[in-house]
Design a protein around this ligand. Sequence first.
Ligand SMILES: Cc1cc2nc3c(=O)[nH]c(=O)nc-3n(C[C@H](O)[C@H](O)[C@H](O)COP(=O)(O)OP(=O)(O)OC[C@H]3O[C@@H](n4cnc5c(N)ncnc54)[C@H](O)[C@@H]3O)c2cc1C
Length: 392
Amino acid sequence: MKPDLFEAPDYYNIDDLLTEEHKLIRDAARAWVKRDVSPIIEEAAQKAEFPKSIIPGLAEIGAFGPYIPTEYGGAGLDQISYGLIMQEIERGDSGVRSTASVQSSLVMYPIWKYGNEAQRKKYLPKLATGEWMGSFGLTEPDHGSNPAGMVTNFKDKGDHYLLNGAKLWISNSPFCDVAVVWAKNEEGRIHGLIVERGMEGFSTPETHNKWSLRASATGELIFQDVKVPKENLLPNKSGLGAPLGCLDSARYGIAWGAIGAAMDCYDTALRYSKERIQFGKPIGAFQLQQKKLAEMITEITKAQLLSLRLGQLKNEDKATSAQISMAKRNNVEIAIKIAREARQMLGGMGITGEYSIMRHSMNLESVITYEGTHDIHLLITGLDVTGFNAFK
Ligand SMILES: Cc1cc2nc3c(=O)[nH]c(=O)nc-3n(C[C@H](O)[C@H](O)[C@H](O)COP(=O)(O)OP(=O)(O)OC[C@H]3O[C@@H](n4cnc5c(N)ncnc54)[C@H](O)[C@@H]3O)c2cc1C
């Protein structure tokens, strides 16, 4: 792979709207990605392996629990810092950002928000350092966009719960130490349970042959009469709103992360357009190529402003789920379009692993599907503005 020469576009001087702390955190994450992710990520993706060697680095830049209070080992940062960290990581690779998103928003967040003090103290510090890695089990083979229909269930057996069912498409599952699993009790109410590796009847087979997020490990969570101690139930929230609250936090991070992937594709294409000579001129001097670049930077700038405003609302605890849906949907869509256009600008070179664009493009095919598909987020916006539910 070519050396990482990334220079972040900031067409509207958005840096002026960030605090010194935001910039320090962002720059530290950026430098770490350049030093520790860019040199190894292409090979990891080619081999379809999650590069576990980067776990301590992810913890060091604050990617595991950026906004979790420091008393539990988190970084204690605001929501804009969280977003900026996700942006920088996804600039390197969406798969690596997925691992960080799951750990922070889908595992640490529910334990912090819905767990009790003993659960927070037991799990959060180890998750913050990466000593323990987590996964989040919501999706099932027959219930993706409609998680309310889940069939995974647990029964009260007096001194423990008995968990049965299966989750599919679970990021980090093949190597997770703990899984936050959503299952129905005997009354059909959804609860979160913390399942630990080693519990009898719990297995995590890997899903192979993905052409997307190849540097992220995906798999199943299978529960066959797993005895889960009663103290592992998250006591402070139940119902579908509990997992959806986690998804709000993760989708917010994705909205920022997608900008990172888009910025990397734009920056690569811009540099290439100045160097690649055809018909005696740099290709960047042709109007058709300028149109692509001009549209890319316009969309990136709009996405940056959308995310920053959403971050301000999140900091004030005012961001609605529908606002988060809009940002996730928009930013992933512009990123995938930018990746496709940038790929074309590199001609044949664009399909090789010498450059990051094809990898981003393939990764974004997952990002546009997980955490609510592109269409589902549109329906959320539609419901929000009209009041009519078009889901069913
Ligand atoms: C790489 C990867 C990692 C993932 N990681 C996790 C994870 O860590 N944890 C987890 O729980 N899940 C995870 N997922 C699952 C992901 O969230 C689901 O794939 C996603 O929610 C879509 O579900 P589905 O694949 O079953 O598609 P389906 O729900 O079957 O949807 C198929 C199509 O139908 C459309 N559709 C569905 N319902 C409607 C409707 N009412 N109106 C109009 N169109 C509709 C969808 O938009 C989509 O285009 C991951 C997925 C991938 C690919």
